[in-house]
Ligand binder design. Structure first.
Ligand code: PMP
Length: 379
């Protein structure tokens, strides 16, 4: 019976492509040191907490009304932030915001992909791209990545040319590997994607820059110039230390901003979310100061892990991929041993490798202490 304990998902008329699948599920375990979801370890500074309270109090007085559906003030401030830091002039008409960059990505796939269409990503990469593709009925194509986790330009272009996807994802810096993708590769993919779908209006190329503030290099925002089918997606979850806020955004040609409004739910960004994000943006300089500290700690993790004899993938993000362990079993065993020492890192299912988020100096020390004892497969 529907109320019985034996009644489950498979007894419901769920869509065929969802049968037997698992939801996205990074473990949320209660351990002393959590370095598994690329969060910022620094709580928001107290003056910002006060400012959020103030702005939310103001918003609360108007909660009987729907929020600004177009989030104009917030989008202008995000545009100002991108213009100041991204090497490219961005206006409010170029920016769209949603509940986390996951929602931005979902809106992009709802708009430009969906049933009968396809998207490609170069894996291993951010697993939600494929999951959101599935959720939107978009066919998923797993594009190639080299053994050292770089993208081979010719191989990637060949995959795009062969499959002619409607959406191409390029995550840079990439998650979970940490390395950045050269601008030249993104340009080559853009050209190939447009050529492959020339007869049907081209393809969208989505550059996922969730971690770009931690990069040694520059944002790819300047590539937007003259490329209306390019989208750069960003988030306040990492650099702004506000994963709990759920605020992601994109920069693109104004036509793209118009297009995603065809699928966005009306009033999708609550007045509380808009008020909180605006408060956080007032404190950008302080928050970017934490980013500098985290970059230093990230570089320290890379250096110390290498000194311990681990292989480490070049990182432009706030996390580091390290190994090499003896296959999938070896990395899972290492994950468990590190957890036994009270430190939660991430096993992304990349055989032989684990990912650790840069935490506070003390958290990183706890992590390094835990890994010193690990067995590993030195090639
Ligand atoms: N893109 C990448 C590459 C990510 O790693 C993440 C979060 N882990 C996101 C997007 C989504 O972040 P959010 O929805 O919190 O903005």
């Amino acid at each position: 019976t529907p109320s019985g304990a034996s009644f489950g998902i498979d007894d419901l008329p769920v869509r065929d492509e969802l049968r037997g699948k698992s939801p996205y599920g990074a473990p949320q375990l209660d351990v002393p040191v959590r370095l598994n979801t690329n969060e910022n370890p620094y709580p928001l500074p107290e003056p910002l907490v006060e400012r959020i309270a103030e702005r939310v109090r103001e918003a609360a007085r108007r909660l009987n009304r729907y929020p600004d559906r177009d989030a104009v003030e917030l989008r202008s401030e995000l545009a100002a932030y991108l213009t100041k830091t991204g090497g490219h002039v961005v206006g409010v008409e170029n920016v769209w915001a949603a509940n986390g960059s996951n929602e931005v990505i979902q809106q992009l796939l709802q708009t430009f992909a969906g049933p009968g269409r396809t998207a490609i990503g170069f894996e291993p990469s951010y697993s939600m791209h494929a999951l959101i593709a599935r959720g939107t009925g978009t066919g998923w194509i797993s594009g190639p990545r080299e053994a050292d986790f770089t993208i081979d330009r010719a191989a990637a272009v060949a995959a795009v040319t062969e499959h002619a996807p409607h959406v191409v994802f390029v995550t840079t810096p990439n998650n979970p590997t940490g390395n950045a993708v050269p601008a030249g590769t993104v340009l080559a993919l853009y050209e190939a994607a447009q050529a492959a779908r020339a007869a049907t209006g081209g393809a969208m190329v989505v550059v996922d820059e969730a971690y770009v503030e931690f990069s040694h290099g520059q944002s790819l925002l300047p590539l937007l110039e003259g490329r209306p089918n390019l989208v750069v997606s960003r988030t306040m979850s990492k650099a702004f230390g506000a994963a709990g806020l759920r605020l992601g955004y994109l920069a693109a040609h104004p036509a793209v901003v118009d297009a995603v409004q065809l699928v966005r739910l009306p009033y999708h960004l609550s007045a509380v979310t808009q008020a909180t994000a605006l408060a956080a943006l007032e404190h950008t300089d302080t928050l970017l100061g934490y980013v500098e500290q985290l970059k230093t700690e990230r570089d320290r993790l890379v250096g110390e892990l290498r000194a311990l004899g681990f292989e480490v993938t070049e990182s432009d993000a706030n996390f580091v991929q390290f190994g090499r362990f003896d296959g999938a079993q070896g990395s899972h065993e290492a994950w468990r041993r590190i957890l036994d020492r009270g430190v939660l890192v991430r096993d992304n299912g990349v055989p032989g490798w684990l990912r650790v988020t840069a935490g506070t100096p003390a958290e990183n020390d706890a992590f390094l202490d835990a890994v010193r004892e690990l067995p590993r497969d030195v090639p």
